[in-house]
Design a binder for this molecule. Structure first.
Ligand code: HMG
Ligand code: MG
Length: 302
């Protein structure tokens, strides 16, 4: 098996992780989390979203958070922008990358962004054009690539179709997301292969929620196909407000432990990452949802 020698992780904790929290999280704590992640060696951080504050109140402080970050050299800060209104607000805060987010499932597209897949592409097209003209990178998140909370199992052909639409409007790279964490390794590989019909291996990333405890296995399955870009969330924070019951992303600590154990470089300092996870978990009043973090914290305490 030829595993990649290096993996690049986007920590989506500040965005995917915190968007679903019921209690308000202070902007200062979000900024402190971003700082701790960059100190731990993360070179890509998904910071916030420019979406309707009525739909996702937790991300209403997008401007305060983006403008409060002391940016690290060589760190790429990404933000979600579902439409031109979101892009216009985001542009003022100078993100390095924007993320348009669509779904392989029609029902999830409606619930999450209030439009069909075809309409979403029409909304994204001018956003992608404006971002690229401004020299801002563009990523496309593809939700529900293996399963949907409303439609059940999703065929790889749906993923291929969405990836083709994303490619057609100029999206530079795509995330194959298992939004509700129902995927298992072979199904995830089929979804990735579907995306690979339109994007090369350097432009496809894995985004696995861990609801059913499969995310690390799915990560390994993606690595076996040569995927070397992944998204994960420090302390396993997260979930999507429009995917009831879905829990957080795979914990960054768990992915880093897996990769380092396999001799795969990440540039991340696991101890400092555990500190970042312990910090935000303390803010939220709970233990990190990362087996590795809990094990290392117990070891330190002992
Ligand atoms: P809409 O209702 O269709 O939009 O919502 P609209 O254009 O008809 O506008 C309605 C209202 O929203 C207006 O305000 C607009 O100004 C406002 P009102 O007149 O009622 O006061 N509005 C906005 N406000 C701020 N920023 C904007 C914006 N656009 C319109 N950009 C919209 C469409 C997409 C805005 C809405 O459905 C929405 O905000 N949805 C939230 C989607 C979301 O954030 N979901 C979670 C992130 S996706 C995710 O977690 C999955 C991912 O992790 C991958 C995976 O795991 O699958 C990425
Ligand atoms: Mg997600």
């Amino acid at each position: 098996m030829n595993y990649p020698s290096r993996v690049r992780l986007v920590d989506v904790g500040p965005r995917d992780g915190l968007q679903n929290e019921k209690q308000p999280v202070a902007s200062g704590d979000k900024i402190a989390l971003v700082h701790r992640l960059q100190q731990a060696g993360l070179r890509e951080i998904e910071v916030t979203s420019y979406v309707s504050p009525k739909w996702v109140p937790q991300m209403a402080d997008n401007h305060a958070v983006m403008s409060g970050i002391a940016r690290g050299a060589g760190v790429r800060y990404s933000v979600l922008t579902p439409n031109l209104k979101g892009w216009e607000a985001a542009a003022q805060d100078r993100p390095d990358e924007i993320v348009v987010f669509g779904a392989a499932s029609e029902a999830f597209s409606q619930k999450n962004i209030n439009c069909s897949i075809a309409e979403s592409i029409e909304r994204f097209a001018p956003v992608v054009e404006a971002a690229r003209a401004a020299g801002v990178a563009v990523r496309g998140a593809m939700s529900c690539t293996v399963g949907c909370p409303y439609e059940g199992e999703i065929a790889p052909a749906r993923v291929e179709y969405l990836a083709g639409l994303m490619k057609g409007i100029g999206v530079e790279r795509v995330d194959v997301a298992d939004t509700i964490g129902v995927g298992t390794p072979l199904k995830v590989q089929r979804a990735i292969e579907a995306a690979l019909r339109h994007y090369d291996i350097d432009h496809v990333s894995g985004h696995f929620h861990d609801t059913y405890g499969q995310a690390l296995s799915n990560t390994l399955a993606a690595l076996q196909l040569g995927v070397w870009n992944f998204q994960s969330s420090v302390a396993g924070l997260g979930g999507c407000p429009y995917a009831r019951g879905a829990t957080g992303n795979v914990a960054t600590e768990d992915v880093v432990y897996l990769l380092h154990g396999m001799g795969i470089e990440t540039g991340i300092d696991l101890d400092r990452l555990v500190d970042a996870g312990a910090f935000i978990s303390g803010v939220l009043g709970r233990k990190p949802q990362s087996r590795v973090a809990v094990a290392l914290l117990n070891k330190r305490a002992g």
